[in-house]
Every structure is written in structure tokens, then in C-alpha cells.
Design a binder for this molecule. Structure first.
Ligand SMILES: NC(=O)c1ccc[n+]([C@@H]2O[C@H](COP(=O)([O-])OP(=O)(O)OC[C@H]3O[C@@H](n4cnc5c(N)ncnc54)[C@H](O)[C@@H]3O)[C@@H](O)[C@H]2O)c1
Length: 424
């Protein structure tokens, strides 16, 4: 059985370790945060679908280990899934990766082609720096004692298991053939031998591909919002129909081409901005990622303008339905719900509802959708979640305006005025 050390057991690293464990790998896991071990041992319920089941089923293939001398000696590969937070200039900060390299580095001397697989998203050009760092500080040679590979994942919180298992593309970056061979052995069982999914690239090509893929997806979202805004001015147009027609053209495709809100969360915005920074640093044209970001930034104003146009009350109570950036997670980074909450909370009484308690403190959070809806005069539906469909059947005791950012709610109730963004 293959033995792998996973460093960083956060939102991505923990479930990913157990996906590896489910495919006949034995995992040594390490995280600086002791709460993670405590949560697993007490079987704390996770929002992330499948995670609890995987932990239960494969706990015999997983061991917490903080002794790196032992875990590096026992394994032939490490996956690094530590944070790479964005700095003010949109560059990713590699300091946690260097910390992890310092954990492994001292024990590489007697290894042969030990794979250090960077899964965290890094700036293009980073992996070459990791190679130089290890060679310089630990007196070992790339290609001999160790090999750096780059293997980021194209996943979103709340659907990590499905996103990994059904991934169209697995990026594998290496400047040494042994790196490809090793990761092929790990991934073929996950992808039922579909080798065409695995894309073998050199390190910098793989680094660029990760952020370029997310830039492309954000481009589609900003394109969708560019079309969607037309109906704000022309009340005869249903932009959902326009997008549907456009998406039928297979050169364009339907995915990420239906009405929705701005993009947010831990990857899309920052990967796009990082790509922009990368192009700029190479003195290349960076106008495209910049325009994508500008369009995204303007979406909040659209929602506020629609509110001003349709709200007739002087002092309405605002209801934010959905604070997280998507379903099955409570992460609210840059989400439309949190942006609207922050905007309206300074002006009107504002309450919020979501399936899970949000990751940040909200003054007035209502756990019951019925009570939430009845208190609100204006409700913003901020991401699609079937639970929010309950809004369709609540017995409202007053006229309520619902502004649906996702064209997701259908209401035939006379007490409701429904405004779907992008539809007249
Ligand atoms: N979460 C996502 O949706 C997603 C998607 C694609 C890529 N990524 C990338 O994956 C990486 C990890 O993201 P995440 O969301 O899992 O972050 P996270 O903050 O949830 O988890 C990172 C974990 O690493 C631990 N850690 C930090 N330094 C460490 C060290 N030196 N040794 C051991 N553990 C350490 C932290 O305690 C934390 O538990 C980032 O680069 C991110 O950009 C994340």
C-alpha cells in the first residue's frame, strides 16, 4: 500500500486525505491546528458532504503524526495543502509552504526521489523557488533525493468530493518524469484509468493553468452579468432566454451561463486577480482579468439599484436569505449575501437566514426561515439552495418584495412581489 504524508488538514486537505485513503493509500496526517484532530476524534459533524462518512469508513487508513522524522521515513510522498493567503498586491503568500518544507527538508538526505506534491494554489514560478530553497537549505538535489510536483485541485467547498471524483481535468506539473509516473499511479484508481483526464505539464505551465482556468470561468460569469444587466434598463427583455440561446452554441456552452449573482468564495476572485498580477509582472496585457473583476465589483450596485427601484417602504426590514458563497458551506468570503448584509445593516433593520450558522458574527441571525420571512419586508435570495424554496409557500402577512439574484424562486402568491435579477 502506498504511504502518503498530508500536511494541512483544513477545508480541502482533510477530505482530500480521506479520498486518498479510500483509494488504498495509507495517510499520515499533520496539521498545526490541534482542533482538527480533536474534531475528528469526537466525530464532529462537518458541513462538507461525504466527509463524515469517509472518516468513519477509512479511519484505519489514516494516522495523525507530528513526528516528521518518522512520517517522512515511512512515506514516499507528501501532499502540501496549507493556506496561501492573498497579499494586498494579490500575490499568494508562500510562507506556510516554506514552513512545511522546513518540516520535511531535514529528513530528505536518505530518500530517493521523494515526491513533494504542492496542492495549495501558488503563484506561477513558485515551485522553482521551492526547489532552490530545499537544495540550498538541506543539501539535497532535485531529481535525486526529492522531486517537487504541482497538483492543484479545481474544486469548490460544499462539493469537494464530487468535484474531485468528477473532475474533467487533473493538473499534474513536474519537471521530472518520475513525478508524472508517481502521480499517475495515485490518480488512475480515482479516475478509473481515464488517463486523458490527467494533464501532464511542466511546473510553471501547471501553475499558470490553475489560475487561468478560474479566470476563464469568472470571465463567463462576468459575461453572463454583462448580459443580465440589459434587463435592468429594458423591461421587455428576459436575459435568461438570451443566455440560454447563446449557450446552445457549443463553442460557448451552457455551463456558468445562466443567471446568477457575482462570483465570490475562496478561489475565483483571488485566482483571477493573481493571474492579472502575474501578467502585469511580466509586462503583458492584463486588461482581460481586470475587466472581469471590474464587472464583478459592479454587481452589488445593481442589486441595490433594483432595491431602490422596487421598494416602496420608507423603513423596510431587509432579509438576507443566504450568507455563504454557496450551498453546503458556511464560508461567506465576499459572498453577495454578506456584501448586502453589510450594506443594508448600516441603513435599515437587517436580518439574515441561512442553512448553517455563518463563519462570521451576524447581529441578527434567524435560524427559522418562516420567522425570518415574516419579519422581512424585502428579501434578497443570495444563492440557490432548495431550502430557500420554502419562501414560495410561506403565509406572508404583508406585501413582501423578493429580489432573487439567481432566478431560482418561483412565487405565485399575491402577497409577493418577485423581482428576478436579469428578468424584467
Ligand atoms: N478551499 C477551497 O475551495 C480550495 C480550492 C482549491 C484550492 N484551494 C487551495 O488549497 C490550499 C488550502 O486551502 P484550504 O481552503 O484547505 O485552507 P484552510 O485554511 O482551510 O486549511 C489549511 C490548513 O493548513 C494548516 N496549516 C497551516 N500551516 C501549516 C503547517 N506548516 N503545517 C501543517 N498544517 C498547516 C492550517 O491549520 C489549516 O488547517 C490553499 O492554497 C487554497 O488556495 C482551496
Amino acid at each position: 500500500m502506498n504511504k502518503i504524508l498530508c500536511i494541512g488538514l483544513g477545508k480541502l486537505g482533510l477530505i482530500f486525505s480521506f479520498i486518498l485513503a479510500s483509494k488504498n493509500n495509507f495517510i499520515y496526517g499533520y496539521d498545526v491546528d490541534p482542533k482538527i484532530k480533536a474534531n475528528i476524534t469526537t466525530n464532529k459533524k462537518n458541513h462538507e458532504p461525504k466527509l463524515n462518512q469517509l472518516i468513519k469508513k477509512f479511519s484505519n487508513k489514516f494516522k495523525f503524526e507530528k513526528n516528521f522524522k518518522l512520517s517522512v521515513a515511512e512515506t514516499n510522498c507528501s501532499f502540501l495543502v496549507v493556506p496561501t493567503p492573498s497579499k494586498k498586491n494579490n500575490e499568494f503568500d508562500n510562507k506556510f509552504i516554506f514552513n512545511a518544507l522546513d518540516n520535511i527538508g531535514p529528513y530528505l538526505k536518505n530518500k530517493k526521489k521523494y515526491i513533494i506534491n504542492v496542492t495549495s494554489t501558488v503563484n506561477p514560478g513558485s515551485c522553482l523557488k521551492f526547489i532552490n530553497y530545499i537544495e540550498k537549505n538541506y543539501g539535497v538535489t532535485h531529481g535525486k533525493e526529492f522531486i517537487i510536483t504541482y497538483n492543484p485541485h479545481l474544486i469548490a467547498l460544499g462539493s469537494i468530493y464530487n468535484d474531485v471524483i468528477n473532475s474533467d481535468v487533473v493538473l499534474i506539473g513536474s519537471n521530472d518524469n518520475f513525478g508524472f509516473k508517481y502521480l499517475k499511479k495515485i490518480y488512475l484508481p480515482i479516475y478509473r484509468n481515464k488517463i486523458s483526464k490527467l494533464k501532464f505539464l511542466n511546473l510553471e505551465e501547471a501553475e499558470i493553468s490553475k489560475i487561468a482556468i478560474n479566470t476563464y470561468v469568472t470571465m463567463k460569469i462576468s459575461f453572463t452579468n454583462t448580459i443580465s444587466q440589459i434587463s435592468d434598463k429594458n423591461s421587455k427583455l428576459n436575459t435568461s432566454k438570451i443566455l440560454n440561446a447563446i449557450g446552445h452554441d457549443t463553442r460557448i456552452g451552457k455551463k456558468y451561463l445562466s443567471l446568477g449573482a457575482l462570483y465570490s468564495g475562496p478561489c475565483f476572485p483571488r485566482d483571477n486577480l493573481n493571474f492579472s498580477r502575474y501578467l502585469k509582472s511580466k509586462k503583458l496585457d492584463f486588461s482581460l482579468p481586470k475587466a472581469i473583476d471590474d464587472v464583478n465589483d459592479k454587481q452589488l450596485d445593481r442589486y441595490i439599484n433594483l432595491f431602490s427601484k422596487f421598494n416602496k417602504l420608507k423603513n423596510p426590514t431587509i432579509g438576507i436569505c443566504g450568507l455563504s458563497y454557496k450551498k453546503n458551506t458556511n464560508l461567506s468570503t465576499g459572498s453577495p449575501g454578506i456584501l448586502l448584509y453589510k450594506y443594508f445593516n448600516t441603513k435599515y433593520k437587517t436580518i439574515a437566514y441561512d442553512e448553517y450558522k455563518p463563519d462570521i458574527k451576524i447581529k441578527k441571525f434567524e435560524k427559522n426561515i418562516n420567522a425570518f420571512a415574516k419579519q422581512s419586508d424585502v428579501i434578497f435570495v443570495c444563492y440557490p439552495n432548495n431550502i430557500f424554496k420554502k419562501l414560495e409557500n410561506i403565509k406572508y402577512n404583508k406585501k413582501t418584495l423578493i429580489i432573487d439574484l439567481w432566478n431560482f424562486i418561483e412565487i405565485k402568491n399575491k402577497k409577493i412581489i418577485l423581482k428576478s435579477v436579469g428578468i424584467s
